[in-house]
Structure formats: C-alpha cells, structure tokens
Design a protein around this ligand. Structure first.
Ligand SMILES: [Zn+2]
Length: 217
C-alpha cells in the first residue's frame, strides 16, 4: 500500500467522505456503490481492459454521470475535499473528465477547462489557458493507470499553474496510482479483478471479451 504517502488528516477525511481507504464499507462508500448499481454503471460480463487483461466486471462511469443528481453528489465528494484550497481552475482530460470537471468547478466557484488529444498529444485548445500561479485541481472520471491525468499534470506545470490536487470518481487501481501531488481523492476505490488472456477463466469457457469504455470508440 502506498497510502502512507498521504497526510494523516487527509486519510481521516477520506474514510468519512468515501475516498481512498473506504473499502471497509463506510456509509458514504455504500451510497456511492448504490448510485453505480441503480444507474447500471456496474457491468458484469467479459471485458478486454486497456491494459490487455480481461475482467468479469467493468465500471461504465458515463452511465452514472448521465444523471445530474448523481453527478452532483459524486462531484460533491471531490469539491468538499478541496473546498478550502481556493481552487481557481479545474482541468480535466476529454472526454470522460469533462462532466466531472465542470460540476466540481461549479461547486467550487472555479473555472472549468479541459484538455484534449490532437494527433495523440494532450493539449489545451479552444483558447483555454492556465495562468501562472493559478491554483489548479485536476479531475477525471476513472483512473486505472492514470495516464491521461499524468499528461494533464504536465500541462499544468508547463503553464506555471500551482497543482493543488487530483480528484477522481473511480480509482480502479486499488489505490496504487499515485500522482505527483500532495492531495488526491477518489469517490470510490476498487481493485478490479483481472486476468491475463492466457489465464482468463471466461475465455476458457469459450466466450469472447468485449472492449468497454469510450477510448476505443
Ligand atoms: Zn477472457
């Protein structure tokens, strides 16, 4: 576990608000799971993950975020965590992060901008700017390896922004992804069950894995 990298007060807060370290089934944590279930975001089946591994479950975050009421509640966990940080601007990677960044920014009274890929390179476009010394919060819907978030962090640094933290709805890494920030929070942390293609019991039963998520559309 790398949770010892976090400040103690952060860890205490997180166990109450449903962040990292809530696998003990805290009240808010089960509320979050209830929202996923009600919206059909928790999918069962046979999935091909971005990593190449297979899994029998997948969280389709977009399905829960289609309900603004749930989006407000989930993003409220992130916004509540950073409410005293005087965030100037929330930056999120397109596409999945946009809705999250927008709602977190609304609740924090901050600007909301997003990055997007152009020829595979993550960039700020559309006239979006991060000004020098602005306090920046990076938001994303789901992190597994956190690749997009790391790229956004580089953009924040290149523009002279002051990185205040990272907030995500779901950490699928089981808490192992650590960003180079003092403070990161997830509404829900899971350790996805995954199999290598050679060992996958679902493949052995003869079914074919499907690619979920937006990245492959
Ligand atoms: Zn399989």
């Amino acid at each position: 576990m790398k949770e010892n990298n976090m400040k103690p007060e952060t860890r205490d807060q997180k166990s109450e608000i449903g962040g990292r370290g809530t696998r003990d089934g805290g009240r808010t944590s089960s509320d979050v799971m209830e929202m996923f279930k009600k919206s059909g975001a928790l999918l069962g089946g046979h999935f091909l993950l971005t990593s190449g591994n297979h899994s029998d479950q997948y969280f389709q975050c977009a399905k829960v975020l289609q309900y603004p009421e749930y989006t407000e509640k989930l993003c409220g966990i992130i916004a509540g965590h950073f409410k005293d940080k005087k965030i100037d601007v929330v930056v999120a990677p397109a596409i999945g992060g946009i809705v999250v960044g927008q709602e977190v920014a609304r609740q924090l009274g901050a600007r909301s901008i997003f990055t997007e890929r152009n020829d595979g390179v993550m960039q700020l476009r559309r006239g979006f700017e991060i000004n020098k010394n602005e306090r920046v919060l990076v938001c994303e819907d789901v992190v597994t390896t956190g690749g997009s978030v790391f790229e956004v962090i580089d953009i924040v640094k290149d523009n002279g922004g002051m990185l205040s933290g990272v907030g995500v709805i779901i950490d699928r890494s089981g808490g192992s992804v650590m960003f180079p920030v003092d403070d990161q929070v997830a509404c829900y942390t899971i350790q996805a069950v995954k199999y290598s293609p050679e060992e996958c019991p679902l493949c052995k039963q003869g079914s074919q894995p499907v690619k979920p998520g937006s990245r492959d559309v």
